[in-house]
Design a protein around this ligand. Structure first.
Ligand code: NAP
Length: 523
């Protein structure tokens, strides 16, 4: 049966009047749904959200908004199996990959419910202490954050239809802004199911949640300066959105999470057979293959000291060889197909570019010769490919071309910390890089050298081997984003992420009055 992906606008489910885009099962290429937004009135939807949803949320305290997030999390948890099934069906996800997305959404909403509960029965957020502004202590200043009076328009990439929604929505709703969410069309089935769950559970107050099931149409033409656009996707789309005439004329704030050529650096102290080497091999191989490498935080470049090249390559190959590729419905398959025909084409074309500078040492271009549970030539399957570069000094594409699939490259370096920093920095800004070492001097030097180029640095070594979550996992308490190529945006990071949906204002005046208005009077 083919599902109809409707949009949820003005508190009603609506379907467009066009012929629609088809959504397929990436493992079988069968059509599973059709989405269409032609003719839908996005302006009316945005106005409705601003008026109804915005006013309801602004009347609520942080504690009440936190309760809303907790209810959303619980409703999604109750529907977890359905959502996982949808991610397997339309995302090509193995059950484990689907859980990563769906549980990520449930967990992030719950985490923000806890952050919000701590803020308590207040509606605005003080920013730092009050300040005496003149000669007299009477004249006082206090910075505060208040919710913007617009809509948070959340545009997401195809790879995380559930978590991608939740990480943005949790922050926006806790801030007091209604959300208008638009997932990527190709994998919108899971985001649509998720919205249905929230609407049917009667969790969302009127106007607080809208959903675009399909192409964006003229959505951006109706944004106003009180709205916020939070975007995750490719650098190219980000560039287009930033240059959109309405975004420019209304100076709509835009946050971008884009491409990233994340690195893993192996320290010169790491020996074959050590815990650090085992952690390195486990983390990198998981990152290369989890969600078939379609993870913004996945490691793409692996920097290894020259004298450890063979040992590190061997350790990685040992891990990668264990991963069986096939129909994601089957438990034996540990990696599924990429999410769409377009994605498969992009991976093949990108790999060809990387192979001008590096050669495969494991796997190669094209479909794997053996697939579990696939008896025909259908499905968007691609081999896992580990490349190795020899002429490091000439490499350019390896540092600038993101292949969004199960592909990474080992690149030798001298083992000196400054050389590692210089090479990683060629990626021109990233979401996360990891460093595996137990040499504190090396770790300090690389960490401080890499920090300006990244939103997050993950240090893996003996002391944390048992507890570390891996560089690929985005946690609600730590920031997600990065400078340069990664889009220069920032999300999450506890309450830091909430502030992107609020306006910071300095309130100046008679101290008791300022303190009363801002709720900062000392008891
Ligand atoms: P994409 O093609 O750039 O699309 C991203 C989103 O933008 C989709 O929802 C797409 O909708 C929408 N979109 C495209 N044109 C638009 C327009 N003119 N107006 C409004 N919305 C528009 O990216 P993708 O292929 O889905 O995702 C892969 C990319 O995302 C990779 O490059 C990856 O690095 C990046 N990514 C980054 C992060 C991060 O956190 N930094 C996370 C995940 C992915 P349609 O689907 O309807 O075209």
């Amino acid at each position: 049966m083919t599902d109809k992906i409707e949009s949820y606008l003005c508190g009603e489910w609506q379907f467009g009047s066009g012929s629609g885009s088809t959504l397929v099962n990436p493992a079988t290429e069968e059509v599973v749904a059709v989405a269409d937004t032609i003719g839908l009135d996005f302006k009316a939807g945005l106005d409705f959200a601003r008026q109804k949803g915005g006013s309801v949320l602004r009347e609520m305290t942080f504690a009440a908004r936190a309760e809303l997030l907790q209810k959303m999390s619980s409703a999604l948890h109750a529907a977890r199996e359905d959502l996982i099934e949808s991610a397997v069906l339309n995302g090509g996800c193995t059950r484990s990959d689907a859980k990563f997305d769906v549980d990520g959404a449930i967990g992030t909403l719950a985490a923000y419910a806890a952050f919000g509960k701590e803020l308590g029965e207040t509606k605005i957020l003080p920013d730092g202490d009050g300040i005496q502004l003149g000669r007299s202590p009477r004249f006082w200043g206090q910075h505060v954050y208040t919710p913007k009076h617009g809509v948070a328009v959340l545009i997401n990439a195809f790879n995380f239809p559930a978590w991608g929604f939740a990480e943005k929505a949790a922050c926006a709703l806790l801030a007091g802004m209604p959300v208008f969410t638009k997932p990527a069309t190709s994998t919108a089935h899971t985001a649509w199911k998720l919205t249905q769950v929230l609407v049917n559970a009667d969790v969302m107050p009127e106007g607080t949640m809208s959903f675009v099931g399909g192409r964006p149409g003229d959505l951006l033409d109706h944004l106003i300066s009180q709205d916020v656009l939070a975007f995750t996707g490719s650098a190219e789309t980000a560039r287009n959105l930033r240059q959109h005439p309405r975004i420019i004329s209304e100076t709509v704030p835009v946050t971008v999470e884009a491409d990233s050529i994340n690195a893993a650096v192996l320290g010169p102290d790491v020996e074959s057979g050590s815990e650090a080497m085992a952690l390195f091999a486990k983390d990198v191989s998981r990152d290369m293959t989890q969600k078939t490498g379609q993870k913004c935080t996945a490691t793409r470049r692996i920097f290894v000291p020259e004298d450890c090249l063979d040992a590190a390559t061997e350790a990685l190959i040992e891990q990668l060889s264990e991963i069986r590729i096939g129909n994601p419905k089957l438990r034996e398959a540990r990696m599924g197909p990429v999410a769409s025909a377009r994605q498969l084409k992009d991976v093949s074309a990108g790999l060809e570019i990387l192979m001008t500078e590096a050669q495969p040492v494991f796997g190669g271009p094209g479909r794997p010769s053996q697939l579990v549970g696939v008896e025909n030539d259908k499905g968007f399957f691609h081999s896992i490919v580990l490349l190795r570069c020899q002429a490091t000094q000439d490499a350019q594409q390896l540092h600038s071309h993101e292949v969004f699939g199960p592909v990474a490259t080992i690149i030798p370096y001298s083992g000196k910390s400054q050389d590692a920093v210089d090479l990683v920095a060629l990626g021109d800004g990233g979401l996360v890089s990891s460093v595996f070492s137990d040499d504190r001097k090396f770790l300090e030097s690389v960490t401080l050298g890499l920090a300006p180029y990244h939103g997050r640095i993950y240090l893996g070594g003996e002391k944390v081997a048992e507890y570390a979550t891996g560089p690929g996992l985005v946690l609600p308490s730590c920031v997600h984003g990065g400078p340069g190529r990664a889009g220069a945006g920032e999300e999450l990071g506890g309450i830091r992420g909430v502030k992107h949906f609020m306006q910071r204002t300095a309130i100046q005046g008679y101290r008791p009055l300022v303190e009363k208005i801002t709720g900062t009077q000392k008891s």
